[in-house]
Design a protein around this ligand. Structure first.
Ligand code: MN
Length: 269
């Protein structure tokens, strides 16, 4: 029996990246596509609590797959695909996004958040992006996604983790290889412009290219720059364990509230 894969993205149901991914994955897998009806880039991990969620039948390219467009966010699409009548899929794949999701961009990305939502629901997942906002070359990323899906189905992923994949915007023969990477850092500091509108009121506009502050060859940023496909294992547990130990050593500094009651309760137990 074919493995069942739930596919979503954040660029919307009509994006060429989703189409390339779906047409390629459909060769080997049974797909359920639930994607936002319109562009949701930088939607982050937001979910919809205050309006009805809809799913309307849709078509994705030439692929003969079950597909729906939703008024929800990418994370909503995962919830719709996993908790509704369709049942839990074997895997979630999110993409192919136009534009890389590197370093701290994963915290804003709807593409990555969909994979993160799958990890929360204990479903193996990966997000995949191409390093160009005007991407036209999706075939290598789509082909790699199919390859990676087979690997993950075979080997599994640890609980609470997913993979974030970034592919250089290059033809297959120009891609140098695959690197397993850590998240780099980019900074958008000083990239906020303040202007005045025609009515004299100030407004602000994000602009400019990010400054790379940690982009060595072992990072996702460095790998993609070197022409490699980057695979970063990401975990939900964002605890800083080193700092946790340090803070526990300073615990008396944080003393607050009903310390007497707590001590009393402790002696009873
Ligand atoms: Mn996007």
């Amino acid at each position: 029996m074919k493995a069942r894969i739930l596919v979503t993205n954040d660029d919307g149901i009509h994006s060429p990246g989703l189409r390339a991914l779906v047409e390629e994955l459909a060769k080997d897998f049974e797909l359920l596509v639930i994607a936002p009806e319109r562009q949701q880039s930088a939607a982050g991990h937001s979910i919809t609590l205050h309006k009805p969620l809809r799913m309307d039948p849709a078509r994705v390219g030439e692929a003969d797959v079950k597909a729906f467009q939703s008024n929800g966010t990418p994370a909503d699409c995962i919830v719709l695909g996993t908790l509704s009548e369709f049942g839990k899929p074997d895997m979630v794949v999110s993409g192919i996004n136009a534009g890389a999701n590197l370093g701290e961009e994963i915290f804003y990305s709807g593409t990555v958040s969909a994979a993160m939502e799958a990890a929360i629901q204990e479903i193996p997942a990966f997000s995949i992006s191409v390093d160009s906002y005007d991407a036209t070359i999706y075939e290598p990323a789509a082909e790699f996604a199919r390859h990676l899906a087979h690997i993950i189905l075979e080997t599994g992923l640890p609980s609470g983790t997913f993979l974030n994949v970034n592919v250089p915007h290059l033809p297959k023969e120009k891609i140098v290889g695959v690197a397993i990477t850590r998240l780099g850092r980019r900074s958008y500091r000083n990239q906020l412009q303040k202007r005045t509108d025609p009515r004299g009121r100030p407004y602000y506009w994000f602009s400019g290219a990010p400054q790379e502050v940690d982009s060595g060859p072992d990072t996702d940023i460095g790998a993609v720059k070197a022409g490699k496909i980057s695979i970063t294992p990401v975990q939900l547990d964002a605890t800083n364990y080193a700092l946790l130990e340090q803070l526990r050593g300073l615990e008396e500094k944080f003393a607050f509230g009903q310390m007497e009651a707590a001590e009393h309760g402790g002696s009873e137990g």
